[in-house]
Design a protein. Structure first.
Length: 439
């Protein structure tokens, strides 16, 4: 392994250790400062959960690696500690370990950790690693007992982004205000950076290390030219970074009981550095004849701005909850769009049922798959539509079991690898079981 790759790993490790030391100092001050330590222990709140699941897809490896064979590498455990050492001040941390196929591997990491000072109802301040308000349900995504479904709709809440898009490292301002006859308003504004905990075993590795034909086209579009082309062999040492992010959200609790609307907006930049092993081909611009070809190791870097917007509505009435959300992701000349509508029925505290339909479009200018440059690319790679049914049973007040079935049309969220290129399966299924203990 090259020194550059080792250096990348060491930087990531140092960043993780620095954060842990900072948290240790914060909690140490709270625990050992006279007066504050007594209040800390009096208001200490500890919670956590442990879950284990089983997951299988009929065709493609989606969300988890080796899902077509069925896998039990689908578990997580977390413990959180919160305290109110002084009035209006709350501090807390959650440690989490997950195993999701080749991701996580039960390594312990900081899920969130922050200090929160609530000066007034209409103004509070947070600093640390803070969960982001993206849509209605991202903040409570780890809390399995809050919903009936195992997976939130993937068209809006992609599991591929979960390890780095749950929380940002920075600051936020938030509050809520009564608006008289028109209800109340909650808001939050934040800025910081995102941390990718393990790029070697995550979405980024699977997305950018493939040798599929479309990767060659993308690579040459960025770095090739009239007299130069690349025959990409392998990409290694992938190191994504999100140096800055800024966003905000607003939720309007209407005067109609149970009805609320929400909007979230996020912008930022990501950078990608890696090493690519490729044949560098020099061609004659007049004849197109190959003049020379050499195998080289290339340092690759590119950056892009992005903009995400979420719009949400939820209506609770008696035993029913109806929710709908849409996501729009803009990056340079490409726009993704995801939407879903979900109905949940909770007739008793013991069991509940939920169903939703969703759609994800990777490129809104090519919804029907008729505009691919590659004539061999199948049209159903231009969308992914799902019909999902979920059931949940609370066996005790601290133990629940869930089951979920997905009927899927299209592969718009599947990594376009050589194996996928060879498949002709437009329709496929997903099945998941999960049990969670929480305290």
């Amino acid at each position: 392994m090259s020194e550059d790759l080792l250096r990348t790993r060491n930087v990531s490790s140092r960043k993780h250790m620095d954060l842990c030391w900072c948290l240790a100092v914060v909690f140490g001050l709270a625990l050992f400062t006279p007066g504050i330590s007594r209040a800390f222990f009096e208001d200490l709140y500890v919670s956590g959960f442990v879950s284990q699941g089983y997951y299988k897809t009929s065709e493609y490896d989606f969300i988890l690696s080796n899902s077509t064979k069925g896998t039990s590498e689908f578990n997580e455990a977390a413990i959180s500690v919160q305290a109110n050492p002084i009035e209006r001040l709350r501090i807390g941390i959650q440690l989490i370990a997950t195993d999701a196929g080749d991701m996580g591997n039960n390594e312990i990491r900081v899920d969130w950790a922050f200090g929160d000072y609530r000066w007034r109802d209409w103004l509070g301040f947070r600093a640390g690693k803070i969960k982001m308000q993206m849509g209605f349900y991202n903040i409570g995504r780890d809390i399995d007992m809050l919903r009936t479904s195992i997976f939130l709709p993937q068209s809006v809440y992609s599991e591929n982004w979960r390890d780095f898009a749950m929380a940002q490292e920075g600051i936020s301002f938030y509050g809520n205000s009564e608006a008289g006859p028109v209800g109340s308003v909650e808001y939050e504004a934040y800025a910081g950076a995102l941390n990718v905990p393990d790029p070697d075993h995550s979405y980024w590795q699977r997305a950018f290390s493939s040798s599929a034909e479309f990767d060659l086209a993308v690579f040459n579009a960025m770095f090739g030219g009239d007299t130069l082309s690349y025959d990409l062999q392998q990409i290694v040492g992938i190191n994504p970074a999100f140096p800055w992010i800024a966003g905000g959200s607003m939720i309007w609790n209407t005067p109609v009981e149970g009805l609320r609307f929400g909007a979230s907006l996020i912008t930022g930049e990501y950078e990608m550095t890696s090493k690519a092993l490729a044949y560098v081909n020099i061609v004659d611009p007049n004849t197109g004849a190959l003049k020379s070809s050499t195998l080289e190791s290339l340092d690759v870097r590119w950056a892009a701005r992005y903009l995400l917007s979420f719009f949400s509505v939820e209506y609770s009435w008696r035993q029913f909850i109806l929710a709908a959300e849409t996501l729009r992701f803009e990056q340079e000349h490409e726009i993704n769009q995801g939407t879903y509508i979900m109905l949940t029925w909770e007739p008793t505290p013991v069991y509940s049922l939920s169903g939703y339909v969703s759609e994800f479009i990777p490129d809104i200018d090519n919804r029907d798959g008729k505009n691919f440059e590659d004539p061999l690319r199948k049209d159903f790679t231009a969308w992914q539509r799902e019909a999902v049914l979920s059931g949940r049973v609370n066996l005790t007040s601290n133990w629940l079991v869930k089951a979920e079935f997905h009927a899927v049309d299209g592969i718009g969220q599947i990594f376009y690898t050589p194996e996928v290129l060879e498949s002709n399966s437009r329709y496929w299924t997903m099945f998941a079981l999960k049990t969670t203990f929480h305290f």
